[in-house]
Design a protein around this ligand. Structure first.
Ligand SMILES: [Mn+2]
Length: 448
């Protein structure tokens, strides 16, 4: 599996960002201007920073992933519509830290009509803002920069009417997030790659699992596969053996797998800024017990019902409603809850066993942006939306009124689904999810 991972080209395709800037420019018009800054670097300790990851909105519109950068989109501006402020080239800094595009590189390679050193932003932004009616800017991405920009705007206003700065400030977030919600074919191609490598990681972890192996060793197995493909995890990997599988965001990953445990792994790779997000649950010893299989089959059926509900025009809540109906029927049949399906759902009696939603948008952010509702109503699913389907059942130790045989079982089955006119496209089907297929895969494990 490892040998067939090819070397991947890391450079962003810059045609996508150019198309998105054109679409945003059409929204702005000649009266509008957009200003957004890259997220700041974050210090880890002393002179060591956390590995830098460009914020998704910035990368989406620029394809530029260096820190200390500001992008301005000013339709009709004399110096050009797309202006970037960035770090200048610096041989000493580049020797220690790494290459920079510099202003020339940004203009030559990233399609900027004009590029200036970031130090010149203060001096130049006044002219760019003059005679624009509306300023579109991010909120909460780089709070220090956003505060400074508003202070600058107020300073221009105080100077009187000659400056004519924008009177209206609009959040760029909702505009860009609506764009990001619908993925184009190029983005979906990247997501297929992220999903395929995520799937390879999960398969490798299933093959590496056996009683005595540590949770962190399975985490390492996943991350090794991601790294070989030139990818990185999209979010901290969750590996929960036994009762740890009942802790939704368990990332200590410090316990050994015990014989008889189920192992829940929630992990995904990120490729050129796009996330995969897969959860699988499998037996540490390679064989589901009857009790485990009984619960597992309910979650699997809920996952499949949720996927089947991913159709164009259905409300965004449809996958959750479909999965929930199956889970609730299962809980009633097991005797975990009493009442009919409707009563159990209305009174949320299922919540002790299933306390999270079934879906979230997936894209550059693992919990991707875009509104789920409009005017209080669930919006209809549309082609190009990507979401997860991830029902689960959790029976923590000590669950009152539940047979102890079920205690400590946590199960979630999660796939990534593209909405298409031809029905749901499952990106993550490479990882086995039926008990028979999981057991068959694990039976071939290289244990001696
Ligand atoms: Mn998820």
């Amino acid at each position: 599996m490892i040998s067939d991972v090819s070397h991947l080209d890391h450079a962003d395709d810059l045609a996508g960002p150019a198309r998105r800037r054109a679409a945003l420019a059409a929204v702005l018009g000649r009266d509008g201007i957009a200003v957004l800054a890259a997220t700041p670097e974050r210090n880890r300790n002393n002179d060591v920073d956390y590995p830098y990851r460009a914020n998704s909105d910035f990368r989406y519109l620029t394809g530029f992933v260096e820190p200390s950068a500001i992008a301005v989109l000013a339709p009709g501006a004399e110096i050009g519509e797309y202006i970037v402020f960035c770090r200048e080239r610096d041989p000493a800094a580049e020797t220690w830290i790494g290459k920079r595009a510099g202003t020339e590189g940004v203009a030559r390679e990233y399609g900027a009509d004009a590029a200036f050193p970031i130090d010149e932003f203060e001096a130049r932004i006044g002219d760019l803002l003059a005679r624009r009616k509306t300023l579109y800017t991010t909120q909460g991405i780089n709070p220090e920069f956003e505060t400074q920009l508003l202070a600058r705007l107020n300073g221009l206003r105080a100077r009187g009417r000659h400056a004519e700065p924008p009177e209206t400030i609009v959040s760029l977030n909702s505009v860009v997030h609506e764009m990001r919600l619908i993925k184009d074919a190029d983005e979906i191609a990247l997501m297929r790659q992220a999903a395929a490598t995520s799937a390879a990681g999960h398969i490798a972890a299933m093959q590496a699992a056996e009683p005595g192996v540590m949770e962190y060793q399975l985490e390492a197995t996943l991350h090794y596969v991601y790294g070989l493909a030139g990818m990185h995890w999209a979010y901290p990997t969750i590996v929960g053996a036994g009762a740890n599988g009942c802790i939704l965001h368990y990332i200590e990953n410090a316990a050994p797998l015990a014989d008889g445990d189920l192992v829940l792994i929630d992990s995904g790779a990120e490729y050129r800024g796009y996330a995969g997000d897969i959860t699988r649950t499998f037996p540490a010893n390679g064989r589901f017990s009857d009790v485990q299989r009984r619960l597992y089959d309910i979650v699997l059926a809920a996952n499949e019902a949720g996927i089947a509900a991913c159709t164009v025009g259905a409300p965004a809540s449809a996958p959750h409603q479909a999965a929930l109906a199956v889970l609730v029927d299962g809980l009633i049949a097991l005797g975990f809850v009493t009442g009919d399906r409707q009563t159990v759902i209305e009174n949320e009696r299922y919540k002790p066993f299933f306390m999270h939603g079934t879906s979230h948008w997936l894209g550059m952010d693992v919990h991707d942006v875009g509104a789920y509702k409009k005017d209080g109503e669930w919006r209809p699913l549309a082609a190009g939306m990507v979401l997860t389907i991830e029902p689960g059942l959790y029976v923590p130790p000590g669950s009152e009124g539940i047979d102890e045989a079920y205690w400590g079982i946590g199960i979630r089955v999660e796939d990534d689904v593209v909405i298409t006119d031809d029905g749901p496209e499952v990106l993550t089907g490479d990882v086995p999810k039926t008990p028979d297929r999981i057991e068959a895969l694990m039976a071939s494990n290289a244990r001696s």
